[in-house]
Design a protein. Structure first.
Length: 179
């Protein structure tokens, strides 16, 4: 069981990473309402159950993938309860099979460690060469639950705000797929 704080609607008093600071700055700048919780370190979707209960929504699953040559990278956002099937993902994008990118690549390109992959990494220059891929089912949810760039901070946002405010701000047009 993971300890989860009460929900807050204000930014944290201190930030753990540069990406986390940037996330809250942009949320305020774009006028995106949020609720957030602070937790013990959370790595797996199983660990997210208490977060889901506290924020009354379902966390997305954000995966950092690459091709065999490690030249093409994908940030794939899907529903937390959906199993990931590499074959289905690859077929939907019409690309060769993918695998998980390394922890080092995640840190270098997304500014996060394992368990903290987030759509907010698109704020970073290093993530410009990462293709953003969204599961159509995620786009249809009322709320978007995700990491704030750390393994100890999680957000509840309106999916509409993510799609219509945040993504245009970072000038990212995601590829939306059905899997």
């Amino acid at each position: 069981m993971v300890l989860v704080s009460e929900a807050f609607t204000a930014v944290p008093a201190t930030y753990s990473t540069p990406l986390q600071a940037k996330v809250y700055q942009i949320l305020e700048e774009l006028g995106m309402d949020f609720e957030r919780v602070e937790t013990e370190e959370v790595i797996t979707m199983e660990d997210c159950k208490q977060i889901n209960e506290r924020l009354d929504m379902e966390m997305v699953k954000t995966l950092f993938l690459c091709n065999r040559q490690k030249t093409n990278f994908y940030l794939f956002v899907t529903c937390g309860d959906k199993p990931f099937k590499s074959k289905e993902f690859s077929q939907a994008l019409e690309i060769p099979r993918v695998s998980f990118a390394s922890a080092e690549q995640m840190d270098e390109m997304l500014g996060t460690k394992i368990g903290a992959a987030t759509i907010f990494s698109t704020l970073l220059q290093e993530a410009k060469k990462v293709q953003l891929v969204l599961d159509k089912d995620v786009c249809q949810q009322e709320y978007y639950g995700c990491s704030d760039g750390t393994t100890t901070g999680y957000l509840k946002l309106r999916t509409e705000d993510v799609l219509q405010k945040f993504l245009p701000y970072v000038k990212r047009q995601p590829k939306i797929i059905e899997v």
